[in-house]
Design a binder for this molecule. Structure first.
Ligand SMILES: Nc1ncnc2c1ncn2[C@@H]1O[C@H](COP(=O)(O)OP(=O)(O)OP(=O)(O)O)[C@@H](O)[C@H]1O
Ligand SMILES: [Mg+2]
Length: 415
């Protein structure tokens, strides 16, 4: 889309209306004036000139519909039905534009894939199938997918426009999040994932750049849900070479290995890596290139997040560590469990599901210790937190029971 002709669609509309004698230059001028008044700074609420001409009775809906193809052609638009307004950003795989969907007069975001990714018929088939399926998902924390289509050589994905910023932008401009804000965002993303996972969707690319915060509502929106990828997760991660904070920082070990049958637990890992970055200001594993980072996801022991940021509660540290277990069987067994723990932390309560996972993992580690001690990959907490927590509670309960028994015996003896 680099060669999109940005000749203003509105000026084409105005010209054609006057040329056809449907309205005078003064009518068009008056509507342009109304349009200027209606456009706010980010022009998200601005009306199109075409719709104002209809509203003001200069042309009819029917006339507009008949003229639209000619107007689009004249303005050099490459995506029929949409007026490209500006470029919003570009990732490793695509470019995202802000656009106006003319039929509904609403602002949308359009992701346009470069031609090199759209030659593979298998990919194109997946792109449409997943895009259409995603359009049926509806959740306040998921960027709504609207449509997929092809214009000329380009395939595109139309979605809800989020007027806001990404978590990545927040971390780079303001540093780490405070725990409470990170937990709130984590809850909203976990809600989005839970909704998608229950319906058979896996995101595969949860990361700070794909989590947006709406400036208006403050709501968290998970982007790129249902966006098929042209290449493997590992290749996508490699493509991030030279880009700070790209995919390799959040990719799960099973995606690094290129395993088939990657499931919802890959998203749990990536959300854990994202939360880790949010609360410590550091990615879980860093290295000079994507391959080195990916090797660390496979082999290196995680530095517990509360060792980097001592202000963190042991609760959030436990949750993040369970998410980041290298063996997916040692992570949360459902996104609902993760959600439950994040909500518990928000209420100031301990993350019971994480503690259950720690206990199960500790047991199986003990059982398998003689057979294969290297298989233990859950990071052990310092005494007083994490895996030590339940043991401590058991000891306290034991002591309490003993003291109680003693008191009863003394009372019985005295009486
Ligand atoms: N729905 C949207 N509304 C508003 N802005 C968006 C939307 N989707 C994406 N963007 C902006 O466009 C940028 C590029 O998005 P894109 O998904 O192409 O790349 P990315 O997520 O940054 O990286 P990657 O290519 O690895 O997925 C984002 O960083 C964001 O700023
Ligand atoms: Mg994205």
């Amino acid at each position: 889309m680099a060669d999109v002709n940005h000749e203003n669609f509105d000026s084409v509309v105005g010209r054609i209306v006057v040329e056809r004698g449907l309205g005078t230059a003064q009518d068009v001028q008056r509507c342009k004036e109304l349009q200027r008044q209606s456009i706010d700074e980010s022009d998200t609420k601005g009306k199109s000139l075409a719709s104002l001409l209809v509203e003001e009775g200069v042309i009819t809906e029917g006339q507009l519909a008949r003229l639209r193809p000619e107007m689009e052609k004249a303005s050099g638009q490459q995506i029929p039905g949409y007026q490209i307004l500006k470029k919003l950003g570009a990732g490793a795989m695509a470019t995202v534009y802000k656009a106006r969907q003319l039929s509904l007069d609403r602002i949308v975001a359009i992701k346009v894939l470069p031609q090199k990714f759209t030659k593979n018929p298998d990919f194109v088939e997946r792109f449409y199938a997943e895009g259409r399926a995603a359009a049926k998902l509806n959740h306040p924390n998921i960027v709504q997918a609207y449509d997929v289509g092809k214009a000329g050589e380009f395939h595109y994905f139309v979605m809800e426009f989020v007027d806001g910023r990404t978590v990545f932008e927040d971390i780079t401009s303001k540093g780490p999040y405070d725990e409470a804000s990170a937990v709130r965002i984590g809850i909203e993303v976990a809600n989005a994932l839970n909704h998608a996972h229950e319906r058979g969707f896996i995101h595969r690319d949860v990361k700070p750049k794909n989590i947006m915060i709406s400036d208006d509502s403050g709501r968290t929106k998970l982007a790129d849900m249902g966006l098929a990828r042209a290449i493997s997760d590992r290749e996508a991660a490699e493509a991030e070479a030279g880009k700070a904070y790209g995919t390799p920082y959040y990719i799960s070990p099973e995606q690094v290995r290129g395993e088939v049958g990657v499931d919802f637990r890959a998203d749990i890992y990536s959300l854990g890596a994202t939360l880790y970055h949010m609360v410590t200001g550091q990615v879980p594993f860093d290295g000079p290139n994507p391959s080195a980072v990916m090797r660390k996801h496979l082999n290196d022991t995680l530095t517990p997040p509360d060792h980097i940021n001592p202000n963190l509660t042991s609760g959030i540290a436990e949750v993040v560590e369970v998410c980041l277990a290298k063996d997916r069987n040692k992570r949360y067994s459902s996104t609902a469990d993760l959600l439950e723990d994040l909500q518990a932390i928000e209420r100031g309560e301990p993350p019971l599901q994480a503690r259950r996972v720690f206990d199960v993992n500790a047991l199986s580690a003990l059982e398998g210790a003689s057979a294969d001690s290297a298989s233990i990959d859950v990071v052990h907490h310092q005494p007083g937190s994490g895996a030590a927590g339940p043991v401590l509670w058991a000891a306290v309960a034991g002591w309490a029971a003993a003291v109680f028994l003693l008191i009863v015996l003394v009372i019985v003896a005295v009486s």
